[in-house]
Design a protein around this ligand. Structure first.
Ligand SMILES: Nc1ncnc2c1ncn2[C@@H]1O[C@H](COP(=O)(O)OP(=O)(O)OP(=O)(O)O)[C@@H](O)[C@H]1O
Ligand SMILES: [Mg+2]
Length: 403
């Protein structure tokens, strides 16, 4: 219709009155459509001519921008020869708009903070673009966007995330160092007491058992503190996985051989059910070995009177699934929900970092890890790793892969 109207307009001299009328109708209708579009935009728009005079605005712009109090209606400003920066009440935005005209650029954008009459603060982004018609710059298009909600949401999320992880880390370190610090403090007080007593008496050094033994305890606790910090740094440092295509069977088989004496000693029977021809997986060999050793050792520890350790691999939906199951003591729901937390342990000599590492390594290898446990019956850890694209065809070709 636009093109048709344009063509008609070119021949206006030859048109009948009726045709001119219908042409006018068309133009008016088009204008109304454009107006409706302008008004329903959620972005504020100001259109100015080459000298900065306001030609057109929409409602959103009028809502978002502060206009001078002297202005009766923005509509009245339209067509008047007042540059736009003179009718904006905010001096920063006004200066920005003026600079756009002083130094014309392709696109320029700036963020402003505005205080509304109600006292709340809004964040507004003002963008100025050249308005081009027939390859000539005929004015400026100014876009106004309210980004307050989006910004607040982002800040809140970021703050919540960092707070949550900081609180977790701080809480776990604080908890861990509390005991050794307490022990150090008590033993130093005991030494002070012994020294004081000695000074009040014959001036001789207190008995060896009172001081040197206490100092030994202090030293031991300092060592413990040191280990906590070293372990902690080890657990939180980012791991750099060197991923390469590897045959998972080779790793599992050699590790199981290596751990056999440990299993025998704990009366643990190993049941291996591995895929005949597994796809090569993208793994870091050293890290993947750590995963299996950690899971197997946890399983053995959970089977105090012996039991069965089952290691099974299969393919499901382009994923390699490795499960490590034991017939040990199992865990209740509450324990289960905390096992990946750094320092969570129920063992007298555990660091509680084994599964934290496992989790990090699996994530680093683009995998997932899941656990199901039944108190008194056993636990099963399931790891899912993506099969690399080029390995997938061979799986289909082989048809069903048997254990
Ligand atoms: N197979 C399992 N059966 C029952 N409980 C388990 C099993 N695996 C882990 N857990 C529980 O999860 C806790 C955390 O395990 P994780 O490997 O992180 O640390 P840990 O084994 O206690 O210490 P470390 O690994 O340093 O020896 C364990 O203390 C135990 O309570
Ligand atoms: Mg462990």
């Amino acid at each position: 219709m636009r093109r048709y109207a344009k063509r008609l307009a070119q021949k206006v001299a030859k048109l009948s009155n009726e045709q001119v009328e219908s042409l006018l109708d068309m133009v008016l209708e088009e204008n109304e459509t454009l107006d409706a579009v302008m008004e329903s935009l959620s972005t504020g728009l100001l259109i100015c001519d080459k000298s900065g005079n306001l030609l057109l605005t929409n409602k959103t712009a009028e809502r978002l921008l502060p206009f001078n109090a002297t202005r009766v209606s923005i509509a009245e400003q339209r067509g008047q020869t007042t540059p736009v920066w003179n009718i904006i009440a905010d001096s920063d935005i006004s200066a920005f708009l003026r600079s756009v005209y002083d130094k014309p650029r392709n696109q320029t954008s700036e963020e402003f903070t505005l205080e509304t009459a109600g006292g709340s603060v809004r964040i507004i982004v003002v963008t100025a673009l050249p308005l081009v018609q027939k390859k000539r710059v005929v004015g400026t298009l100014i876009q106004i966007e309210d980004v307050t909600d989006a910004r607040n949401q982002q800040t809140l999320l970021r703050r919540m995330e960092s707070l949550a992880s900081l609180t977790n880390l701080a809480a776990s370190v604080a908890h861990e160092i509390k005991n050794p610090l307490g022990a150090i403090s008590i033993h130093i007080q005991l030494i002070q007491k012994a020294l004081k007593k000695a000074r009040a008496g014959d001036g001789m050094l207190p008995d060896r058992k009172f001081v040197e033994n206490y100092l030994d305890v202090v030293n031991e606790e300092i060592d413990r503190l040191n280990k906590i910090i070293v372990d902690f740094l080890f657990a939180v440092r980012p791991i750099q996985a060197k991923l390469e295509p590897v045959n998972p069977n080779e790793i599992i088989n050699s590790l199981m051989e290596f751990m056999k004496p440990e299993f025998d000693k704990a009366k643990v029977e190993l049941k291996l059910e591995l895929l005949d021809k597994p796809p090569n997986l993208m793994l870091d060999v050293a890290l993947f070995k750590q995963v299996i050793i950690n899971l197997a050792q946890n399983a053995v520890a959970a089977m105090k009177n012996g039991g069965i350790l089952g290691i099974n691999t299969q393919i499901k939906n382009d994923h390699f699934i490795l499960s490590v199951a034991d017939t040990g003591e199992g865990m209740d729901e509450q324990t289960c929900s905390r096992i990946f937390e750094p320092y969570f342990t129920t063992k007298a000599n555990g660091t509680g970092l084994g599964l934290t590492m496992v989790y990090k390594i699996i994530k680093e290898s683009a995998g997932e890890i899941d656990v199901r446990s039944f108190p008194g019956e056993g636990t099963i850890f399931t790891i899912s790793l993506p099969v690399p694209q080029k390995e997938r065809r061979s799986i289909e070709y082989d048809g069903e892969l048997k254990n």
